[in-house]
Design a protein around this ligand. Structure first.
Ligand code: SF4
Length: 220
């Protein structure tokens, strides 16, 4: 877990809300074996946060932000960013339970938002509901180059991820992409696209990314 500093608005007008983020690696367990993953030795480890541990975490955090709000009458929106491993391998019931605990421990006056960063290879009705109703937004990990995002059998999963992104896009979920690899040593054999893509990849549709990947392969 780590905490990033508050976001301070750049203009001189005080913002009514501060933001702070806690990035929670709920578990290192993952169904993929991306070639560049720095957690490779731990991806089979199913250890995860317990509900009790998270309750204690919330109890530790809550008084500080209550005190800050009392000091200057400005609430802080606390954002929990759920990472892994692959956080959607954890059963949705776990998240509903911990969201309920957040409500109880922080109280109704404390703004809370939960986000998830996922490889989006596992998507079913329960997880669709979780992404829609439980999380304020979904970040999807993707690569600009194929052949890196592999499952345990070594098969590329990029197409599956793009297909699942299409599902979310069509249903108008709040979703964005993070491309995880673009460095030369990560590229299997193709493309000079890294110069072109960083600025627009987060805004583009899965179809556009597919086109981008195809064009990348054809430019070398
Ligand atoms: S999805 Fe993330 S955690 Fe899983 S293997 Fe790929 S980089 Fe590692």
């Amino acid at each position: 877990m780590n905490q990033e500093p508050d976001v301070i608005p750049s203009d001189s007008t005080p913002s009514p809300v501060r933001y702070t983020q806690f990035v929670l690696k709920v578990s290192k367990f993952c169904n993929l074996r991306c070639t560049y993953c720095y957690e490779m030795p731990n991806l089979g480890d199913r250890t995860q946060f317990s509900r009790d541990q998270l309750q204690q975490l919330y109890r530790n955090i809550a008084p500080y932000y209550r005190m800050r709000a009392e000091q200057d009458n400005r609430p802080t929106e606390i954002r929990f960013i759920w990472h892994g491993g692959e956080p959607l391998l954890v059963h949705p019931a776990f998240y509903w339970d911990t969201f309920a605990d957040q409500q109880e421990i922080f109280g109704v006056n404390q703004p809370i938002a939960n986000y998830v960063q996922t490889n989006l290879t596992v998507l079913d009705d329960e997880r669709l509901r979780l992404l829609r109703e439980g999380f304020a937004g979904t970040g999807v990990s993707l690569d600009l180059y194929g052949g890196l995002r592999r499952n345990l059998a070594g098969n590329d999963q990029q197409t599956r991820v793009l297909r699942n992104m299409d599902v979310l896009k069509k249903r108008e979920y709040s979703v964005w992409m993070y491309y995880c690899s673009y460095e030369k040593e990560h590229r299997p054999d193709q493309g000079n696209l890294r110069i072109l893509c960083p600025s627009w990849i987060r805004l583009s549709s899965p179809t556009f990314v597919r086109r981008c990947i195809r064009r990348s392969a054809s430019t070398v």
